[in-house]
Design a protein around this ligand. Structure first.
Ligand code: HEC
Ligand code: HEC
Ligand code: HEC
Ligand code: HEC
Length: 378
């Protein structure tokens, strides 16, 4: 069986209006890919709700992807998605329950993202009642969870009958399954489909007879021809949607006069040093991959994407491509007009982390100094 713990569709809770159309298109393509890959169950994460509950349900119906959640509930307390599914594998019935965390900021996020349409109910109670219904009908029960990793122990310990917890949300990876009280296991496979967690259980030999492998989905694994074609089709549609009839193979930024040039009149050294960094070619990198019209890429390869005065999809100002001074120092319009201080005179590593996410730079915080030194520009 193939399962996912949620948050596959969107990377953020707020989707700017100007990219909503492409965000929907991406979500639709993701769900179609899930269908072709053959997912048996997909849990709903809070970001999955960002395009609207109605839209998400519509997509699930259209693509027939089994989205589940036992404790994302409506105003009357009723589950909005199917709470669980039952699958038959090699003659055994397996129940899969979808769960989202009821602690930390998740419940508030769910309310905010859905404008109060949905809330999160008690996760242990929801899991327990689903398990009660499944008992006698299935040979094995899996909980797909979307919560802080430490909360997975609570599910594994307190809900009798759950054999395996497949955790998500916290971006963590388990090299080997974590056994809990000799009755269940917890596994996690990181984020962004970078790893495939392969968990095998021999029910004939008892539920504790398991093997597990975390397979990195790197270049050594060949692309699937059908999936690759679907991704190309998506890229073509994005190009059509945002290129304004532009030609493929022409970099619209090649003659751009950058906003940075304005800073260079007084900060000539800073500008010269910046030009030698990779930040000064970030948009070209996307162009080389034919991805320079994809909002999901431009978000970190331009200046202050979709913020006031920043790069936006509607106008696509070429003066604001690449990672320029204002990407780190903030909107400098008042500084330019009257030399008021810039919003962030000495950016800290948190500013870098907005783009240098944990999947890209896992040691960012630990090696902050080394990393900062690489962009020194006094
Ligand atoms: C007309 C000249 C001028 C222009 C144009 C200019 N600056 Fe400045 N900038 C200054 C002066 C003067 C200071 C204050 C003295 C200093 O710290 O060097 C300063 C300070 C700064 C500082 C450091 C603040 C601190 O407290 O240490 C940053 C960052 C900065 N500018 C960024 C920019 C950016 C980004 C641009 C372009 C959007 C820009 N500047 C354009 C003159 C300018
Ligand atoms: C707006 C997003 C954004 C911000 C903010 C940002 N970067 Fe980057 N950074 C990028 C992108 C995109 C690249 C890749 C550019 C390319 O090769 O086309 C990059 C590349 C780099 C590289 C070279 C590649 C590497 O990993 O060694 C270094 C070093 C770097 N950034 C340091 C920093 C530091 C330090 C900060 C914070 C002070 C920072 N960046 C803030 C987007 C950002
Ligand atoms: C969350 C911010 C973010 C988003 C979104 C993003 N990138 Fe990047 N990208 C970075 C940063 C930071 C780097 C530099 C660190 C690294 O090399 O991993 C980078 C580096 C790259 C590089 C490698 C440059 C090199 O030569 O080493 C490529 C290629 C790239 N990005 C393409 C893309 C594409 C295509 C997309 C959209 C599908 C995308 N990026 C979306 C932040 C981002
Ligand atoms: C990748 C993020 C990033 C970019 C892009 C960037 N800066 Fe900075 N800047 C920093 C950081 C981080 C510091 C603080 C360095 C420190 O404290 O040693 C800094 C410090 C400064 C300072 C004050 C420190 C000093 O003594 O010089 C100025 C002025 C400045 N930057 C100007 C610029 C200008 C002008 C540009 C564009 C040409 C630019 N920066 C681009 C991250 C960035």
């Amino acid at each position: 069986m193939i399962v996912d713990s949620g948050d596959l569709l969107n990377e953020d809770e707020v989707i700017p209006a100007t990219i909503e159309q492409s965000a929907r298109m991406k979500a639709e393509h993701m769900m179609e890919l899930q269908k072709v890959i053959g997912f048996d169950a997909v849990n709903v994460g809070e970001f999955d709700l960002a395009l609207g509950i109605g839209y998400l349900k519509e997509l699930a119906q259209k693509t027939e992807v089994p989205l589940i959640s036992a404790n994302i509930v409506d105003a009357g307390g009723a589950a909005i998605f199917p709470r669980y599914v039952i699958r038959n594998v090699a003659g055994k019935n397996v129940g899969i329950i979808g769960l989202i965390g009821d602690t930390g900021d998740i419940p508030n996020k769910v309310k905010e993202i859905t404008n109060g349409e949905a809330s999160v109910s008690d996760v242990v109670a929801a899991a327990t009642s689903a398990v009660e219904e499944l008992k006698g009908k299935v040979d094995y029960i899996i909980a797909l969870t979307h919560q802080q990793a430490n909360r997975d122990y609570v599910i594994a310990r307190r809900v009798n009958g759950i054999d395996l917890v497949v955790g998500g949300h916290d971006k963590q990876r388990t090299e080997s399954p974590i056994g809990v009280d000799d009755k269940s296991f917890i596994v996690r496979a990181g984020e962004k489909g970078q790893y495939l967690g392969m968990f095998e259980v021999d029910l004939g030999a008892g539920k504790s007879s398991v093997t597990h492998e975390l397979v990195p989905l790197g270049d050594s694994i060949a692309d699937d021809a059908k999936i690759k074609a679907m991704i190309s089709a998506y890229n073509d549609k994005v190009f059509e949607m945002y290129s304004g009839g532009g030609e493929t193979g022409v970099n619209p930024a090649s003659n751009a006069v950058l906003q940075n040039e304005k800073c260079g009149t007084c900060h000539a050294n800073h500008l010269a040093k910046w030009k030698a960094t990779d930040h000064a070619k970030a948009y070209n990198t996307l162009f080389d991959k034919a991805k320079n019209y994809d909002p999901t890429c431009l978000a970190c390869h331009t200046v202050r994407f979709e913020q006031p005065g920043g790069f936006n999809m509607k106008e696509q100002p070429m003066s604001l491509v690449h990672v320029q001074c204002e990407s780190c120092h903030g909107d400098a319009k008042d500084h330019l007009a009257s030399l008021k201080p810039v919003p962030t005179p000495r950016p800290t590593i948190d500013v870098c982390a907005k783009c240098h996410t944990s999947d890209r730079n896992p040691n960012l915080v630990k090696d902050a100094k080394i990393f900062m030194d690489k962009i020194k520009h006094q």
